[in-house]
Ligand binder design. Sequence first.
Ligand code: NAD
Ligand code: GLY
Length: 352
Amino acid sequence: MKVKVSLDKNTSYNVYINELEKLNFNTKVVILTNELVAKLHLDVLLRKIHAKELFVVKIKDGEEYKNLQTIEYILNQMCSYKLDRKSLLISFGGGVISDMGGFVASIYQRGIEFINIPTTLLACVDASVGGKTGVNNKFGKNLIGTFYQPKAVYCQSEFLKTLASRELAAGMAEFIKMAVVFDVKILSFLENLDEDKFLNANLDDATLAQIIQKSIELKANIVSQDEKENGLRMLLNYGHTFAHVIENQTGYKKYLHGEAVAIGMNMANTLALNFGLLSEQECKRVQNLLIKFKLPISYKIPNIEEFYNAFFLDKKTHYQKINFILACGLGKACIKNDISKENIMQALKVFV
Ligand code: NAD
Ligand code: GLY
């Protein structure tokens, strides 16, 4: 099956689900991956790729390496392989790899083509699609980057079989995000899903493919309308304003991105509850779903003034106005940028 991401004529592309057989390229190809993914799955991938010349760049595993230093290392490797403007980059890994691979592809010799082959659920349902690329710096998460679309994305459930339950849960957090913001029917579907099978990587391929397809359809629809996040696309950031601060404050080590998003969604819901946008029952329903998939919902904020100040580096903050993405009922979201500091602090105080 495939989902089309409709953009301009030259930049539209397909996301293929369980359709990767063989890929032939009449160019040089570099595969960007990390040490763990390479050990687990690179052999299988190499059997599927044919290119004029094939190179592999392996980087260290972890969000803490998603920075400009690693980008420089990758670019140096690519220069040493004498890759040219017709060369292609394949990102083979989770969201950290697809964000960095896309970024490198967008700047190497002013831009080469790339494709994503995501190996985490999170990257399948979200990160590998939509063209946001980039890295973190000491000031915050994803502050350096570009919008640069892949030529194609290939999600293969075979690669997801080796994911630990924590990583599967982190991917589920981004799917729960889609449900709360866009489609309440998904909440019921997830409430009925066997969490033990899911968390033990025992879900059948058809159900896993269904989850990936639904998530990508929702994301593709938004990205097609607002590729560069001038408005509508901000909704995909539900929970992220809080999550990015949590990830930065914990050195990108304590929480997986999806775990921080789970906490962030709960924080956003606390704010929405205070404004009467969500009922207690609706908040509880989302909490229960997060707990069902063994996701964290709480973070002890060490210093709420610092936490608040970090919102001003959020990419959705314009002219000192923080754009909060809040659920307004389940299956709908809105952007609120007129919340007073006092009201924000009141919601944050629940988490100290
Ligand atoms: P990740 O890439 O760090 O992967 C999580 C862990 O799983 C890593 O240790 C990785 O090595 C391991 N792993 C990868 N594939 C595996 C496999 N098949 N089997 C076993 N282990 C495997 O993190 P992630 O959760 O995939 O992605 C999070 C990143 O994605 C964040 O940096 C976030 O900012 C980014 N993101 C980007 C977008 C976007 O639109 N660009 C959207 C959402 C998230
Ligand atoms: N993950 C948020 C976005 O792609 O816009």
